[in-house]
Write a protein that binds this ligand. Structure first.
Ligand SMILES: Cc1cc2nc3c(=O)[nH]c(=O)nc-3n(C[C@H](O)[C@H](O)[C@H](O)COP(=O)(O)OP(=O)(O)OC[C@H]3O[C@@H](n4cnc5c(N)ncnc54)[C@H](O)[C@@H]3O)c2cc1C
Length: 451
Protein backbone atom coordinates (compact mmCIF):
# COMPACT_ATOMS: atom_id res chain seq x y z
CA UNK A 1 0.00 0.00 0.00
CA UNK A 2 1.28 3.47 -0.86
CA UNK A 3 2.39 5.49 2.13
CA UNK A 4 0.13 8.35 1.08
CA UNK A 5 -3.44 8.35 -0.27
CA UNK A 6 -2.63 11.31 -2.53
CA UNK A 7 0.42 13.27 -3.61
CA UNK A 8 -1.33 16.60 -3.02
CA UNK A 9 -4.29 17.60 -0.88
CA UNK A 10 -5.59 21.12 -1.53
CA UNK A 11 -7.81 22.80 1.07
CA UNK A 12 -10.04 25.32 -0.74
CA UNK A 13 -11.28 25.28 -4.35
CA UNK A 14 -10.94 29.00 -5.03
CA UNK A 15 -8.82 30.86 -7.56
CA UNK A 16 -5.47 29.68 -6.22
CA UNK A 17 -6.41 26.17 -5.11
CA UNK A 18 -8.07 25.21 -8.40
CA UNK A 19 -5.09 26.42 -10.47
CA UNK A 20 -2.59 24.63 -8.20
CA UNK A 21 -4.62 21.39 -8.28
CA UNK A 22 -4.97 21.37 -12.09
CA UNK A 23 -1.33 22.17 -12.80
CA UNK A 24 -0.07 19.64 -10.22
CA UNK A 25 -2.33 16.95 -11.74
CA UNK A 26 -0.96 17.90 -15.17
CA UNK A 27 2.52 17.20 -13.81
CA UNK A 28 1.31 13.69 -12.90
CA UNK A 29 0.35 14.17 -9.23
CA UNK A 30 -2.65 12.39 -7.65
CA UNK A 31 -4.65 15.34 -6.34
CA UNK A 32 -7.67 15.75 -4.04
CA UNK A 33 -9.27 19.14 -3.35
CA UNK A 34 -11.72 19.98 -0.53
CA UNK A 35 -14.32 22.74 -0.77
CA UNK A 36 -16.73 23.56 2.04
CA UNK A 37 -18.94 26.02 0.14
CA UNK A 38 -18.90 26.37 -3.65
CA UNK A 39 -16.23 25.50 -6.20
CA UNK A 40 -14.75 28.69 -7.65
CA UNK A 41 -14.16 30.42 -4.33
CA UNK A 42 -14.56 34.07 -3.47
CA UNK A 43 -13.75 35.55 -6.87
CA UNK A 44 -16.28 33.54 -8.82
CA UNK A 45 -19.01 33.05 -6.24
CA UNK A 46 -19.00 36.27 -4.17
CA UNK A 47 -16.19 38.52 -5.28
CA UNK A 48 -14.79 39.88 -8.54
CA UNK A 49 -17.23 38.28 -10.97
CA UNK A 50 -20.64 38.99 -9.39
CA UNK A 51 -19.37 42.41 -8.35
CA UNK A 52 -18.40 43.35 -11.90
CA UNK A 53 -21.81 42.20 -13.14
CA UNK A 54 -23.45 44.50 -10.59
CA UNK A 55 -21.09 47.31 -11.60
CA UNK A 56 -22.15 46.89 -15.25
CA UNK A 57 -25.79 47.07 -14.16
CA UNK A 58 -25.19 50.25 -12.17
CA UNK A 59 -23.49 52.07 -15.06
CA UNK A 60 -26.55 52.02 -17.32
CA UNK A 61 -27.99 54.82 -15.20
CA UNK A 62 -25.11 57.10 -16.25
CA UNK A 63 -25.47 56.04 -19.88
CA UNK A 64 -29.15 56.98 -19.84
CA UNK A 65 -28.39 60.37 -18.27
CA UNK A 66 -25.48 61.12 -20.61
CA UNK A 67 -27.51 60.12 -23.67
CA UNK A 68 -29.68 63.26 -23.44
CA UNK A 69 -26.85 65.58 -24.51
CA UNK A 70 -26.37 63.41 -27.61
CA UNK A 71 -29.97 63.83 -28.66
CA UNK A 72 -31.53 60.76 -27.12
CA UNK A 73 -34.68 60.67 -25.07
CA UNK A 74 -34.63 57.68 -22.82
CA UNK A 75 -37.93 57.45 -21.04
CA UNK A 76 -39.47 54.76 -18.91
CA UNK A 77 -36.16 53.14 -17.94
CA UNK A 78 -36.82 50.99 -14.90
CA UNK A 79 -34.52 48.78 -12.90
CA UNK A 80 -35.48 45.42 -11.38
CA UNK A 81 -33.08 44.05 -8.74
CA UNK A 82 -34.53 40.48 -8.61
CA UNK A 83 -33.98 40.12 -12.38
CA UNK A 84 -30.36 41.23 -12.05
CA UNK A 85 -29.70 38.88 -9.12
CA UNK A 86 -31.39 35.91 -10.85
CA UNK A 87 -29.37 36.45 -14.05
CA UNK A 88 -26.18 36.93 -12.04
CA UNK A 89 -26.86 33.69 -10.12
CA UNK A 90 -27.38 31.80 -13.40
CA UNK A 91 -24.01 33.00 -14.68
CA UNK A 92 -22.25 32.12 -11.41
CA UNK A 93 -23.77 28.61 -11.51
CA UNK A 94 -22.50 28.22 -15.10
CA UNK A 95 -19.00 29.27 -14.04
CA UNK A 96 -19.03 26.94 -11.03
CA UNK A 97 -19.99 24.05 -13.30
CA UNK A 98 -17.13 24.95 -15.69
CA UNK A 99 -14.66 24.91 -12.78
CA UNK A 100 -15.92 21.46 -11.73
CA UNK A 101 -15.62 20.15 -15.30
CA UNK A 102 -12.06 21.46 -15.62
CA UNK A 103 -11.05 19.82 -12.35
CA UNK A 104 -12.65 16.51 -13.39
CA UNK A 105 -10.92 16.68 -16.78
CA UNK A 106 -7.60 17.13 -15.01
CA UNK A 107 -8.52 14.06 -12.88
CA UNK A 108 -8.59 16.04 -9.64
CA UNK A 109 -10.96 14.52 -7.08
CA UNK A 110 -13.29 17.06 -5.42
CA UNK A 111 -14.50 16.38 -1.87
CA UNK A 112 -17.32 18.63 -0.72
CA UNK A 113 -16.51 19.18 2.90
CA UNK A 114 -14.60 21.32 5.32
CA UNK A 115 -11.11 19.93 5.76
CA UNK A 116 -8.67 20.55 8.59
CA UNK A 117 -5.04 19.69 9.28
CA UNK A 118 -4.26 16.97 11.82
CA UNK A 119 -0.52 16.75 11.36
CA UNK A 120 2.05 17.60 8.67
CA UNK A 121 0.72 14.88 6.35
CA UNK A 122 -2.88 14.26 7.46
CA UNK A 123 -6.10 16.09 6.61
CA UNK A 124 -9.44 15.26 8.26
CA UNK A 125 -12.63 15.61 6.22
CA UNK A 126 -15.24 16.92 8.64
CA UNK A 127 -18.29 15.60 6.77
CA UNK A 128 -17.25 11.95 6.78
CA UNK A 129 -14.58 11.99 9.45
CA UNK A 130 -12.23 10.34 6.96
CA UNK A 131 -8.50 10.97 7.26
CA UNK A 132 -6.48 11.47 4.11
CA UNK A 133 -2.70 11.08 4.12
CA UNK A 134 -0.99 13.40 1.67
CA UNK A 135 2.65 13.84 0.79
CA UNK A 136 2.07 17.59 0.33
CA UNK A 137 -0.75 19.77 1.64
CA UNK A 138 -1.67 23.15 0.17
CA UNK A 139 -3.66 25.67 2.18
CA UNK A 140 -5.65 27.73 -0.33
CA UNK A 141 -8.55 28.47 1.94
CA UNK A 142 -8.86 32.23 1.52
CA UNK A 143 -10.11 34.95 3.85
CA UNK A 144 -13.39 36.23 5.26
CA UNK A 145 -14.94 39.67 5.83
CA UNK A 146 -14.45 41.13 9.29
CA UNK A 147 -17.30 42.50 11.41
CA UNK A 148 -16.78 44.91 14.33
CA UNK A 149 -17.85 44.07 17.88
CA UNK A 150 -20.64 46.63 18.28
CA UNK A 151 -24.22 46.47 19.54
CA UNK A 152 -26.63 45.44 16.78
CA UNK A 153 -23.95 44.08 14.45
CA UNK A 154 -26.18 41.04 13.84
CA UNK A 155 -28.35 43.33 11.66
CA UNK A 156 -25.44 44.25 9.40
CA UNK A 157 -24.32 42.66 6.15
CA UNK A 158 -20.95 42.20 4.44
CA UNK A 159 -20.16 41.79 0.75
CA UNK A 160 -21.13 38.11 1.11
CA UNK A 161 -24.77 38.98 1.77
CA UNK A 162 -24.88 42.05 -0.50
CA UNK A 163 -24.99 39.73 -3.52
CA UNK A 164 -28.18 38.04 -2.29
CA UNK A 165 -30.38 40.78 -0.86
CA UNK A 166 -34.06 40.05 -1.46
CA UNK A 167 -34.71 43.69 -2.30
CA UNK A 168 -32.62 46.68 -3.31
CA UNK A 169 -32.31 48.95 -0.27
CA UNK A 170 -33.54 52.54 -0.55
CA UNK A 171 -30.81 53.78 1.76
CA UNK A 172 -27.61 52.01 2.73
CA UNK A 173 -24.89 53.03 5.16
CA UNK A 174 -21.54 51.41 4.34
CA UNK A 175 -18.58 51.53 6.66
CA UNK A 176 -15.14 51.07 5.13
CA UNK A 177 -12.53 52.92 3.14
CA UNK A 178 -11.03 50.18 1.02
CA UNK A 179 -11.73 49.27 -2.58
CA UNK A 180 -14.66 46.96 -1.76
CA UNK A 181 -16.40 49.72 0.25
CA UNK A 182 -15.84 52.25 -2.57
CA UNK A 183 -17.08 49.84 -5.22
CA UNK A 184 -20.27 48.93 -3.37
CA UNK A 185 -20.95 52.58 -2.52
CA UNK A 186 -20.72 53.48 -6.22
CA UNK A 187 -22.63 50.52 -7.56
CA UNK A 188 -25.50 50.93 -5.11
CA UNK A 189 -25.58 54.64 -5.88
CA UNK A 190 -25.75 53.89 -9.61
CA UNK A 191 -28.72 51.61 -8.99
CA UNK A 192 -30.56 54.49 -7.34
CA UNK A 193 -29.80 53.80 -3.68
CA UNK A 194 -29.17 56.69 -1.29
CA UNK A 195 -25.62 55.87 -0.06
CA UNK A 196 -23.70 57.08 2.97
CA UNK A 197 -20.09 55.95 3.23
CA UNK A 198 -18.50 56.17 6.66
CA UNK A 199 -14.76 55.76 7.06
CA UNK A 200 -12.66 56.10 10.21
CA UNK A 201 -9.56 57.32 8.32
CA UNK A 202 -8.84 60.80 6.97
CA UNK A 203 -9.15 59.69 3.35
CA UNK A 204 -10.54 56.66 1.51
CA UNK A 205 -8.37 54.02 -0.25
CA UNK A 206 -5.34 53.83 2.01
CA UNK A 207 -2.33 52.56 0.08
CA UNK A 208 -3.36 54.21 -3.21
CA UNK A 209 -1.70 57.37 -4.48
CA UNK A 210 -2.92 60.44 -2.55
CA UNK A 211 -4.03 62.28 -5.71
CA UNK A 212 -6.07 59.22 -6.72
CA UNK A 213 -7.68 58.99 -3.30
CA UNK A 214 -8.72 62.65 -3.27
CA UNK A 215 -9.90 62.57 -6.87
CA UNK A 216 -12.16 59.57 -6.43
CA UNK A 217 -13.70 60.94 -3.24
CA UNK A 218 -14.48 64.28 -4.85
CA UNK A 219 -16.05 62.52 -7.87
CA UNK A 220 -18.12 60.31 -5.56
CA UNK A 221 -19.33 63.31 -3.54
CA UNK A 222 -20.03 65.19 -6.78
CA UNK A 223 -22.31 62.39 -7.89
CA UNK A 224 -24.29 62.47 -4.67
CA UNK A 225 -22.70 59.90 -2.35
CA UNK A 226 -22.38 61.16 1.22
CA UNK A 227 -18.87 60.50 2.50
CA UNK A 228 -18.20 60.90 6.22
CA UNK A 229 -14.52 60.68 7.21
CA UNK A 230 -12.94 60.29 10.64
CA UNK A 231 -16.00 58.47 12.00
CA UNK A 232 -17.29 54.99 12.54
CA UNK A 233 -20.50 53.22 13.37
CA UNK A 234 -20.85 52.69 17.11
CA UNK A 235 -24.14 50.79 17.12
CA UNK A 236 -26.96 49.61 14.88
CA UNK A 237 -30.50 49.99 16.14
CA UNK A 238 -33.46 48.14 14.65
CA UNK A 239 -36.83 49.87 14.56
CA UNK A 240 -39.47 47.73 12.89
CA UNK A 241 -38.19 47.03 9.39
CA UNK A 242 -35.67 49.83 9.33
CA UNK A 243 -32.27 50.31 10.88
CA UNK A 244 -30.37 53.24 12.29
CA UNK A 245 -26.60 53.46 12.20
CA UNK A 246 -25.42 55.48 15.18
CA UNK A 247 -21.98 57.02 14.73
CA UNK A 248 -19.43 57.64 17.49
CA UNK A 249 -20.31 61.36 17.40
CA UNK A 250 -23.93 60.48 18.17
CA UNK A 251 -25.29 61.22 14.68
CA UNK A 252 -27.92 58.72 13.54
CA UNK A 253 -28.36 57.62 9.93
CA UNK A 254 -31.52 55.73 9.01
CA UNK A 255 -31.02 52.88 6.51
CA UNK A 256 -32.59 49.70 5.16
CA UNK A 257 -29.18 48.04 5.19
CA UNK A 258 -25.95 48.65 7.03
CA UNK A 259 -22.88 47.11 5.43
CA UNK A 260 -19.34 46.63 6.70
CA UNK A 261 -16.44 46.41 4.28
CA UNK A 262 -13.68 47.05 6.79
CA UNK A 263 -11.24 44.33 5.80
CA UNK A 264 -10.77 40.61 5.33
CA UNK A 265 -8.92 38.29 7.70
CA UNK A 266 -7.11 35.14 6.53
CA UNK A 267 -8.96 31.88 7.35
CA UNK A 268 -6.42 30.59 9.82
CA UNK A 269 -8.69 29.82 12.80
CA UNK A 270 -9.78 26.23 13.49
CA UNK A 271 -8.01 24.66 10.55
CA UNK A 272 -5.41 22.78 12.60
CA UNK A 273 -2.41 25.07 12.15
CA UNK A 274 -1.29 24.39 15.74
CA UNK A 275 -1.80 20.62 15.41
CA UNK A 276 0.40 20.57 12.31
CA UNK A 277 2.94 23.02 13.77
CA UNK A 278 2.38 25.71 11.09
CA UNK A 279 3.46 29.23 12.08
CA UNK A 280 1.39 32.38 11.44
CA UNK A 281 2.43 35.98 10.89
CA UNK A 282 1.56 38.83 13.27
CA UNK A 283 -1.36 39.64 10.94
CA UNK A 284 -2.76 36.13 11.49
CA UNK A 285 -1.83 34.81 8.04
CA UNK A 286 0.04 31.62 7.24
CA UNK A 287 3.75 32.54 7.15
CA UNK A 288 5.41 31.38 3.93
CA UNK A 289 8.65 31.85 2.01
CA UNK A 290 8.90 33.06 -1.60
CA UNK A 291 8.03 29.55 -2.82
CA UNK A 292 4.88 29.65 -0.66
CA UNK A 293 6.30 27.04 1.71
CA UNK A 294 5.41 27.23 5.41
CA UNK A 295 7.80 26.36 8.22
CA UNK A 296 6.52 22.75 7.93
CA UNK A 297 8.23 21.35 4.81
CA UNK A 298 5.18 19.36 3.59
CA UNK A 299 2.72 22.27 3.99
CA UNK A 300 2.43 25.20 1.56
CA UNK A 301 -0.03 28.11 1.44
CA UNK A 302 -1.12 30.48 -1.32
CA UNK A 303 -3.62 33.25 -1.95
CA UNK A 304 -5.56 35.30 0.58
CA UNK A 305 -4.73 32.97 3.50
CA UNK A 306 -1.15 34.24 3.22
CA UNK A 307 -2.24 37.91 3.18
CA UNK A 308 0.39 38.99 0.63
CA UNK A 309 -1.50 40.65 -2.24
CA UNK A 310 -5.17 39.69 -1.98
CA UNK A 311 -6.06 39.61 -5.68
CA UNK A 312 -7.28 36.77 -7.85
CA UNK A 313 -4.55 36.81 -10.51
CA UNK A 314 -1.96 36.81 -7.71
CA UNK A 315 -3.52 33.75 -6.04
CA UNK A 316 -3.57 32.05 -9.44
CA UNK A 317 0.11 32.86 -10.10
CA UNK A 318 1.08 31.66 -6.63
CA UNK A 319 -0.85 28.40 -7.15
CA UNK A 320 0.78 27.84 -10.54
CA UNK A 321 4.26 28.61 -9.20
CA UNK A 322 3.71 26.22 -6.29
CA UNK A 323 2.65 23.37 -8.60
CA UNK A 324 5.60 23.93 -10.96
CA UNK A 325 8.01 24.09 -8.01
CA UNK A 326 6.82 20.99 -6.17
CA UNK A 327 5.53 18.74 -8.97
CA UNK A 328 7.02 20.14 -12.18
CA UNK A 329 10.67 20.18 -11.21
CA UNK A 330 10.72 23.90 -12.04
CA UNK A 331 11.31 26.03 -8.94
CA UNK A 332 9.32 29.24 -9.49
CA UNK A 333 8.83 32.19 -7.15
CA UNK A 334 5.59 34.12 -7.36
CA UNK A 335 6.45 37.62 -8.59
CA UNK A 336 4.67 40.36 -6.66
CA UNK A 337 6.30 43.37 -8.36
CA UNK A 338 4.26 45.72 -10.54
CA UNK A 339 0.95 43.90 -10.16
CA UNK A 340 -1.77 46.08 -11.69
CA UNK A 341 -5.00 46.60 -9.79
CA UNK A 342 -8.29 48.36 -10.23
CA UNK A 343 -11.16 49.82 -8.25
CA UNK A 344 -14.41 49.42 -10.14
CA UNK A 345 -15.84 52.56 -8.64
CA UNK A 346 -17.53 55.29 -10.66
CA UNK A 347 -15.30 56.62 -12.14
CA UNK A 348 -12.97 53.66 -12.02
CA UNK A 349 -9.34 53.48 -10.96
CA UNK A 350 -6.47 51.61 -12.59
CA UNK A 351 -3.04 51.51 -11.01
CA UNK A 352 0.30 49.84 -11.58
CA UNK A 353 3.54 50.33 -9.69
CA UNK A 354 4.45 52.73 -6.93
CA UNK A 355 2.44 55.63 -5.56
CA UNK A 356 4.29 58.93 -5.21
CA UNK A 357 4.51 58.45 -1.43
CA UNK A 358 5.81 54.85 -1.69
CA UNK A 359 8.40 55.86 -4.29
CA UNK A 360 9.64 58.71 -2.08
CA UNK A 361 9.77 56.34 0.91
CA UNK A 362 11.90 53.99 -1.21
CA UNK A 363 14.38 56.84 -1.68
CA UNK A 364 13.77 57.74 -5.33
CA UNK A 365 14.19 61.31 -6.56
CA UNK A 366 11.08 61.76 -8.66
CA UNK A 367 9.61 63.54 -11.61
CA UNK A 368 5.84 63.66 -11.30
CA UNK A 369 3.64 64.16 -14.36
CA UNK A 370 -0.01 64.83 -13.66
CA UNK A 371 -2.90 65.91 -15.82
CA UNK A 372 -6.56 66.39 -15.03
CA UNK A 373 -8.84 66.88 -18.01
CA UNK A 374 -12.43 66.73 -19.11
CA UNK A 375 -13.29 63.58 -21.09
CA UNK A 376 -14.57 64.35 -24.60
CA UNK A 377 -17.84 62.63 -23.91
CA UNK A 378 -18.54 65.05 -21.04
CA UNK A 379 -18.52 67.99 -23.47
CA UNK A 380 -21.94 66.98 -24.81
CA UNK A 381 -23.27 65.02 -21.85
CA UNK A 382 -22.54 67.98 -19.59
CA UNK A 383 -21.43 65.68 -16.79
CA UNK A 384 -19.17 67.41 -14.28
CA UNK A 385 -16.31 64.94 -14.24
CA UNK A 386 -12.62 64.82 -15.00
CA UNK A 387 -10.02 62.17 -15.72
CA UNK A 388 -6.84 62.06 -13.64
CA UNK A 389 -3.62 60.63 -15.02
CA UNK A 390 -0.38 60.56 -13.10
CA UNK A 391 3.07 59.17 -13.81
CA UNK A 392 5.64 58.60 -11.08
CA UNK A 393 9.06 58.63 -12.76
CA UNK A 394 12.54 57.93 -11.38
CA UNK A 395 14.49 61.08 -12.25
CA UNK A 396 17.85 59.30 -12.44
CA UNK A 397 16.88 56.56 -14.91
CA UNK A 398 13.68 58.05 -16.41
CA UNK A 399 12.01 54.71 -15.61
CA UNK A 400 8.25 54.84 -15.03
CA UNK A 401 7.70 53.58 -11.49
CA UNK A 402 3.94 54.08 -11.35
CA UNK A 403 0.95 54.85 -13.55
CA UNK A 404 -2.27 56.00 -11.88
CA UNK A 405 -5.51 56.66 -13.72
CA UNK A 406 -8.98 57.63 -12.52
CA UNK A 407 -11.62 57.75 -15.24
CA UNK A 408 -13.62 55.73 -17.70
CA UNK A 409 -11.84 52.51 -18.78
CA UNK A 410 -8.93 53.16 -16.39
CA UNK A 411 -8.64 49.46 -15.59
CA UNK A 412 -8.47 48.49 -19.27
CA UNK A 413 -5.82 51.17 -19.91
CA UNK A 414 -3.68 50.15 -16.96
CA UNK A 415 -3.62 46.47 -17.91
CA UNK A 416 -1.76 47.54 -21.08
CA UNK A 417 0.39 50.20 -19.41
CA UNK A 418 1.42 47.46 -16.95
CA UNK A 419 3.21 45.57 -19.74
CA UNK A 420 5.38 48.61 -20.40
CA UNK A 421 6.02 49.26 -16.70
CA UNK A 422 6.89 45.58 -16.14
CA UNK A 423 9.35 45.76 -19.03
CA UNK A 424 11.05 48.74 -17.39
CA UNK A 425 9.79 51.35 -19.85
CA UNK A 426 11.10 54.90 -19.52
CA UNK A 427 9.02 58.02 -19.75
CA UNK A 428 10.80 58.69 -23.05
CA UNK A 429 9.44 55.34 -24.39
CA UNK A 430 5.89 56.49 -23.64
CA UNK A 431 6.70 59.88 -25.26
CA UNK A 432 8.10 58.17 -28.37
CA UNK A 433 4.80 56.33 -28.90
CA UNK A 434 2.43 58.09 -31.28
CA UNK A 435 -0.95 58.98 -29.81
CA UNK A 436 -4.13 57.21 -30.86
CA UNK A 437 -6.62 59.98 -31.42
CA UNK A 438 -9.25 60.73 -30.19
CA UNK A 439 -9.01 58.68 -27.01
CA UNK A 440 -8.48 59.39 -23.33
CA UNK A 441 -5.59 56.92 -23.37
CA UNK A 442 -3.60 59.15 -25.72
CA UNK A 443 -2.83 61.33 -22.69
CA UNK A 444 -0.58 58.47 -21.52
CA UNK A 445 1.84 59.28 -24.34
CA UNK A 446 1.37 63.04 -24.41
CA UNK A 447 1.83 63.90 -20.72
CA UNK A 448 4.43 66.65 -20.87
CA UNK A 449 3.92 68.80 -17.80
CA UNK A 450 6.01 68.07 -14.76
CA UNK A 451 4.31 69.07 -11.55
C1 LIG B 1 -16.36 41.65 -2.88
C2 LIG B 1 -15.00 41.26 -3.40
C3 LIG B 1 -14.58 41.76 -4.60
C4 LIG B 1 -13.34 41.40 -5.12
N1 LIG B 1 -12.94 41.92 -6.31
C5 LIG B 1 -11.77 41.58 -6.84
C6 LIG B 1 -11.36 42.08 -8.10
O1 LIG B 1 -12.08 42.87 -8.75
N2 LIG B 1 -10.17 41.69 -8.62
C7 LIG B 1 -9.34 40.82 -7.93
O2 LIG B 1 -8.27 40.47 -8.44
N3 LIG B 1 -9.69 40.34 -6.70
C8 LIG B 1 -10.88 40.69 -6.16
N4 LIG B 1 -11.25 40.19 -4.93
C9 LIG B 1 -10.28 39.34 -4.19
C10 LIG B 1 -10.30 37.89 -4.70
O3 LIG B 1 -11.62 37.41 -4.69
C11 LIG B 1 -9.41 37.02 -3.82
O4 LIG B 1 -8.12 37.61 -3.74
C12 LIG B 1 -9.26 35.61 -4.39
O5 LIG B 1 -10.51 34.99 -4.51
C13 LIG B 1 -8.34 34.80 -3.49
O6 LIG B 1 -8.27 33.49 -3.95
P1 LIG B 1 -7.91 32.30 -2.94
O7 LIG B 1 -7.73 31.07 -3.79
O8 LIG B 1 -6.79 32.69 -2.05
O9 LIG B 1 -9.16 32.16 -1.97
P2 LIG B 1 -10.70 32.01 -2.28
O10 LIG B 1 -11.04 32.32 -3.67
O11 LIG B 1 -11.39 32.78 -1.21
O12 LIG B 1 -10.97 30.46 -2.07
C14 LIG B 1 -10.88 29.85 -0.81
C15 LIG B 1 -11.88 28.70 -0.78
O13 LIG B 1 -11.60 27.87 0.34
C16 LIG B 1 -12.82 27.42 0.90
N5 LIG B 1 -12.51 27.01 2.28
C17 LIG B 1 -12.15 27.80 3.31
N6 LIG B 1 -11.82 27.04 4.38
C18 LIG B 1 -12.00 25.75 4.00
C19 LIG B 1 -11.82 24.51 4.66
N7 LIG B 1 -11.33 24.43 5.92
N8 LIG B 1 -12.11 23.37 3.98
C20 LIG B 1 -12.58 23.42 2.70
N9 LIG B 1 -12.75 24.57 2.02
C21 LIG B 1 -12.45 25.72 2.67
C22 LIG B 1 -13.73 28.62 0.76
O14 LIG B 1 -15.09 28.23 0.79
C23 LIG B 1 -13.32 29.16 -0.63
O15 LIG B 1 -14.10 28.61 -1.65
C24 LIG B 1 -12.50 40.51 -4.39
C25 LIG B 1 -12.92 39.99 -3.17
C26 LIG B 1 -14.16 40.37 -2.68
C27 LIG B 1 -14.61 39.81 -1.35
Amino acid sequence: MAEYDVDLFVIGAGSGGVRAARIAAGHGARVMIAEEYRVGGTCVIRGCVPKKLLVYASRFALEFEDAAGFGWTVSGAKFDWPTLIANKDKEIARLEAAYRTNLARAKVEIVETRAVLEDPHTVRLLKSGARIRAETILLANGAHPVLPQIPGVEHAITSNEAFHLAALPRHIVIQGGGYIAAEFACLFHGLGVDVTLVHRGEEILRGFDDDVRRHLRSEMVGRGIKVILGEKIAAIEKQGHSLRARLLNGECHPADQVMFAIGRDPNTKNIGLEEAGVKSTAAGAVAVDEYSRSNVPSIYAIGDVTHRLALTPVAIREGHAFADTVFGDKPTKADHANVPSAVFSEPEIGVVGLSEAKAREAGFALDIYREQFRPMRATLSGRATSILMKFVVDRASDRVLGVHIVGEAAAEMVQLAAVAVKMGARKSDFDATVALHPTAAEELVTLRNKV
